[in-house]
Design a protein around this ligand. Structure first.
Ligand SMILES: N[C@@H](CCC(=O)N[C@@H](CS)C(=O)NCC(=O)O)C(=O)O
Length: 201
């Protein structure tokens, strides 16, 4: 399924870095739990090391994919943007796990869909400041991770009638999203037909 590993996969795809998406191990879970540093998925295995925590995995994959700006301030600016994007994801996970029953769950998704996403996008639109990419003339981790998380968000509500158009108020973010969608092998990941784990009921 597309979930917490997706932003890291998209970073590798953006720069056409080879990877193996081992969903067989994931689907045998909890068989691999003992090997996981924090007992959870996703995991990255590379050159004999096992890395847990999806955001650490994103940073490593973004490094491998040359998506981290070499200037430390530019790298921090990219990190702050993609960490903000994760707040959209985390709030979606919160709605998914809402324990208040069916009505409360739908209400939590409604709040996320109609308020949280746009509220989190508003400062990102200011930071983008009408440029095509957060990285200037080419995508950096900020662009790819934001794209990935909005892709997961769109997949989560694709079946919901009356879902909002999140980029309507933010045409520059919409253009950024459309440009990242065409970058490297990202179109292949977008079109892979793999379902999303977190979905509106
Ligand atoms: N903070 C962790 C959270 C990881 C997490 O919640 N993983 C869940 C799946 S989305 C998991 O492994 N659940 C199965 C388990 O805990 O055994 C990350 O971002 O990687």
């Amino acid at each position: 399924v597309h979930s917490r590993a997706t932003p890291a996969i998209m970073c590798l795809a953006a720069s056409k870095v080879n990877y193996v998406w081992d969903d067989a191990t994931a689907n045998k879970w909890p068989a691999g739990k003992e090997e996981a540093p924090f007992g959870q998925m996703p995991l990255l295995m590379h050159q004999g090391s096992v890395i847990g925590q999806s955001q650490a995995i994103v940073r490593y994959c973004a490094t491998m994919a040359n998506l981290i700006p070499s200037n430390p301030i530019d790298a921090a600016k990219s990190d702050m943007v993609w960490t903000q994007a994760y707040e959209i994801f985390d709030a979606m996970v919160g709605a998914f796990y809402n324990a208040g029953g069916d009505e409360a769950k739908v209400a939590a998704w409604k709040t996320w869909m109609e308020h949280t996403v746009t509220a989190k996008l508003a400062p990102l639109d200011k930071i983008l400041a009408g440029r095509l990419f957060f990285g200037g003339d080419k995508p950096v981790a900020a662009d790819v991770v934001l794209f990935s998380i909005m892709h997961l968000a769109h997949k989560a509500v694709a079946h919901v009638a009356g879902r909002p158009d999140w980029f309507k108020q933010y045409p520059a973010l919409g253009k950024n999203n459309a440009a990242v969608a065409m970058y490297g092998d990202i179109p292949k990941v977008v079109a892979d037909g793999v379902d999303a784990y977190y979905k509106h009921p």
